[in-house]
Design a protein around this ligand. Structure first.
Ligand code: MEV
Length: 437
């Protein structure tokens, strides 16, 4: 059977499923069972999910967990996290509890502007293009009135448009570089609609403007940027170094110094920095996903920001001054709490309600805290017990499930591994022994 097909998107859901099963699976029945097992029995809810994307055949579950005890600017939060990695929610919760007793997290939103660009080529004289831009700028804004009226009424909209000369890096390359305030919306559709209108106006009026040669103008594309260094939030914690010890018997001063060394290493060593920041994104992405935001956009923007000094480095920083340990992170986060999935996906609505229906600025602060907390937990483990102790404890259930352990076996072995190192082999041996009894 051919593995190519035309007109697939126009087929019905069951035709699509039949084609996928017939073409790619030997065990037709078991593939169909898995696909159908994940359908929702509530037909309306299933239809909602079917219509999020094209060619939906079933739903893909991730666990939605919660991490309680987060104190942020004096307010308590239980943070929803959608993630598959076993130790992430546990680590966030542990970090939250640790800082709950040391003043909690402090945050502030530094800036909230976003960028969009019309990329264009002009093979004529820059001076003429500049004259044309000055002439057309107000028209660019007028023509987007219909798109931006609502946003402006709420206090946002287009902040500025500039003509940028990029010919030093690429021949004939210029940009209409626009800045936007999108308030509680992530704003991708708003920004892209404005940009496409700018491009249309710019191109159409060029024909009428005699000082430039419109034949030499070529609009290449119009799109927002996911690099948002001016949509920035800071999250931080601090306490006396002497307060850093906890029930795990860490020596405050040694721990603080090692913690700082770990950060320094991630500042200078990209191999480490990537893993260090990956740990931060464990927390960030889980909340971004639970609240229906675009984690790919956030990831792309955050990693670009981590490279802003010309080399990739740690997003978090730490200092010890006058006996005070301070740990913080500035992170760019373009998030929305209205539009997109936020008022469509029932679990997203639930997550936002759990957070007290935050606006976009408050959500930026919560997400930044989740990232900082995650990094604190990771560095605390790495510089003390090592990561595997906690990680494998959390992974134990996955290993037990791989070996199809029943409830009794799980209970017995979870108890057994409270005092023994978890490895795949150790679990296998322990399970075999138990089954021999
Ligand atoms: C694992 O998902 C994340 C860590 O590797 C992060 C780190 O090394 O900092 C533990």
């Amino acid at each position: 059977m051919s593995k190519n097909i035309s007109g697939f998107s126009k087929k019905s859901k069951s035709e699509k499923i039949n084609w996928v099963i017939d073409t790619y699976f030997k065990q037709h029945n078991s593939a169909r069972t898995i696909i159908e097992q994940y359908w929702n029995s509530d037909k309306k809810l299933q239809q909602l999910h079917d219509e999020f994307i094209e060619n939906t055949i079933t739903n893909y579950y991730l666990p939605l967990g919660v991490a309680p005890n987060f104190l942020i600017n004096g307010k308590n939060y239980t943070i929803p996290m959608a993630i598959e990695e076993s130790s992430v929610v546990a680590a966030a919760s542990k970090s939250a509890k640790f800082w709950l007793h040391r003043g909690g997290f402090k945050t502030n939103v530094i800036s909230t502007t976003k960028i969009g660009q019309v990329h264009l080529m002009y093979s004529g004289d820059f001076k003429d293009l500049k004259t044309y831009f000055t002439h057309i700028k107000s028209q660019l804004l007028t023509d987007t009135n219909v798109i931006s009226r609502n946003m402006e009424q709420r206090g946002g909209g287009i902040l500025d448009i500039e003509l940028i000369d990029k010919t030093a890096v690429l021949e004939n390359y210029y940009q209409l570089h626009a800045t936007f305030e999108t308030l509680d919306a992530m704003g991708a559709n708003f920004i892209n609609s404005c940009l496409e209108q700018f491009a249309q106006t710019f191109e159409e009026h060029a024909i009428l403007f005699t000082e430039i040669d419109s034949e030499k103008l070529d609009i290449v594309m119009s799109i927002l940027s996911n690099y948002v260094p001016n949509c920035l939030v800071r999250a931080e914690v601090s306490c006396l170094v002497s307060e850093l010890n906890d029930d795990e018997d860490i020596q405050s001063h040694d721990f603080a110094n090692k913690f700082l060394q770990a950060i320094r290493i991630a500042e200078v060593e990209p191999y480490r920095a990537v893993t260090h920041n990956k740990g931060i994104m464990n927390g960030v992405d889980a909340v971004v996903l639970a609240t229906g935001n675009d984690f790919r956009a956030v990831e792309a923007g955050v990693h670009a920001y981590a490279s802003k000094e010309g080399h990739y480095q740690s997003l978090t920083k730490a200092t010890i001054k006058n006996g005070v340990f301070r740990f913080w992170m500035d992170i760019p986060l373009a998030l929305g709490t209205v539009g997109g999935l936020t008022n469509l996906h029932p679990l997203v609505k639930l997550s936002l309600e759990l957070l007290g229906k935050p606006n976009a600025k408050e959500l930026m602060q919560i997400v930044a805290v989740a990232g900082l907390a995650q990094n604190f937990a990771a560095l605390k483990s790495l510089t003390t017990t090592g990561i595997q102790k906690g990680h494998m404890k959390m992974h134990l259930m996955n290993i037990l499930n791989q070996f199809h352990a029943n409830d009794y076996e799980k209970k017995t072995l979870i108890n057994h591994f409270k005092t023994t190192n978890v490895t795949h082999t150790a679990v296998n041996i322990a399970l075999k022994k138990l089954r021999e009894i």
